[in-house]
Ligand binder design. Structure first.
Ligand SMILES: C[S@@+](CC[C@H](N)C(=O)[O-])C[C@H]1O[C@@H](n2cnc3c(N)ncnc32)[C@H](O)[C@@H]1O
Length: 189
């Protein structure tokens, strides 16, 4: 990971703690683990929520089939500029708007829904009602059977929310990250 990524991430965090939610980007190992939990190798249309400086974007592109497509949502304009200059991959579209608009994007690109969603949005900073609303909107843009995979630094916070929205959940722990992370997974039914 470039040290300029760490610095720009820290500055973004100091400007908007609630949206950025962490002082450092996800490690490459955690990003790969998120991709594996979402089974990226088997999906055609994948959405990433909260791309930041792009570690998870990189891991998803490495795992995505050659004919797959990735749409990466990011609301921070500095990160959007960085992502656009960093990734030159015809499978990737950077979406400079909120993840709330995922279902609109599915309609715009003419698909029933995304086959997989991978999120690093710091839901805990949003609070329970706003998180439930946002994840509910996201679920409207997912295809039946699609996995929703979200990394969080609290092992508890997302469980009731994911259960409310999807009616199912599981979680795994990823200890090789500072801080240790929890990866939640649910399936759109
Ligand atoms: C904890 S950072 C994760 C960045 C990167 N994926 C990583 O793992 O290092 C969360 C990111 O989510 C973005 N974000 C927060 N709310 C968002 C929303 N509603 N839609 C899209 N991006 C959002 C923030 O701007 C920030 O870049």
């Amino acid at each position: 990971m470039a040290s300029s990524d760490r610095l720009s991430f820290l500055l973004a965090f100091l400007r908007d703690r609630k949206a950025v939610g962490s002082i450092t980007p996800s490690s490459a190992a955690l990003s790969r683990a998120m991709g594996r939990r979402a089974n990226i190798r088997h999906h055609a249309n994948v959405a990433e929520l909260g791309a930041g400086t792009g570690p998870v974007t990189r891991a998803i592109l490495d795992q995505l089939p050659p004919t797959g497509r990735l749409w990466s949502f990011e609301i921070n304009p500095d990160f959007v500029t960085r992502l656009r200059s960093r990734f030159v991959d015809p499978r990737l579209t950077i979406v400079p708007r909120s993840a709330e608009t995922l279902a609109d994007l599915a309609r715009e690109v003419g698909i029933v829904g995304f086959d997989a969603v991978v999120s690093a949005i710091p839901f805990r900073m949003l609070g329970r009602d706003a998180s439930t609303r946002l994840i509910g909107r996201v679920s409207e843009g997912m295809a039946p059977g699609a996995p929703f995979v979200a990394v969080q630094y609290s092992p508890f916070y997302l469980r009731p929310i994911v259960q409310d929205v999807f009616g199912n959940w599981d979680r795994s722990y990823f200890l090789w990250n500072i801080p240790p992370a929890t990866i939640f997974r649910a399936e759109k039914r």
